[in-house]
Design a protein around this ligand. Structure first.
Ligand code: ATP
Length: 220
């Protein structure tokens, strides 16, 4: 089974890397594919270029067996819909089981995504949970869970997609937003992300101003 981990990765950090490793080991995945998103739907646009974010992901995962990067989103024009990414992956991977890594916030809003049931047809949902966390009581989401939740890992390996599984993962209080702000403030970002990524940020002069979404965050 292959784990699909989409994100802006602006920049990638240890929060991302640690949860990817948790999921890979606990579920016995053969691979985790990091998919940097080009033009994230419903989000502010990345501060660094596609090439810079790709270079940072490549540097971050270079020494980790079973971690790979998939560039298909970065070469696509227009918005990134998860359903389109999965359709394109399916063409390449046939019936191989896939699981889409999702934070619990994302899972709570899953039914508002573009064509959610087509997403679930093509991949399992791997919800990365915090201990003791509660989920939306939306009756539609609850009905979906009743139908699709699997408490066991084995069934996920036996079918291409369609199930929902919850996995507790390590919580590191790190976000790309915080890293960008720290760089803009001239603070160190050591121990929040791999050294090679930190070196790329310095080399490219990334995040030195706190402009995001066309606005200066320091005055927002
Ligand atoms: P930003 O601060 O720019 O919003 P981010 O740090 O949340 O970015 P993304 O690239 O948006 O990074 O992350 C991709 C996915 O990883 C998202 O689903 C996000 O919820 C999850 N994620 C990011 N940081 C962590 C973390 N420290 N622990 C667990 N999940 C995380």
């Amino acid at each position: 089974m292959i784990g699909i981990f989409g994100g802006t990765f602006d920049p990638i950090h240890y929060g991302h890397l640690r949860i990817a490793l948790d999921i890979k080991e606990r579920l016995g995945l053969s691979e985790i594919r990091f998919i940097p998103l080009n033009n994230a739907v419903h989000r502010h646009q990345p501060q660094s270029t596609a090439a810079q974010r790709l270079a940072m992901v490549k540097a971050a995962i270079a020494d980790q067996p079973g971690f790979s990067v998939d560039e298909r989103e970065l070469t696509r024009t227009g918005g990134s819909y998860t359903v389109d990414t999965l359709t394109s992956l399916r063409e390449e991977l046939g019936d191989h089981p896939l699981c889409l890594l999702l934070g619990s916030d994302a899972f709570n809003g899953f039914l508002n995504w573009h064509r959610p049931m087509d997403i679930l047809k093509q991949a399992h949902l791997m919800v990365m949970a915090r201990p003791g966390e509660t989920y939306s009581d939306d009756p539609h989401l609850q009905a979906l869970l009743k139908e699709r939740h699997s408490a066991e890992i084995a069934p996920l390996h036996q079918q291409p997609g369609g199930l929902i599984y919850f996995q507790t993962v390590t919580q590191l209080d790190i976000s790309s937003t915080r890293i960008r702000q720290s760089v803009a403030n001239g603070e160190s970002v050591s121990y929040l992300l791999p050294l090679k990524v930190e070196a790329l940020i310095k080399q490219e002069g990334l995040y030195t101003s706190s402009i995001s979404n066309g606005k200066d965050e320091s005055t927002a």
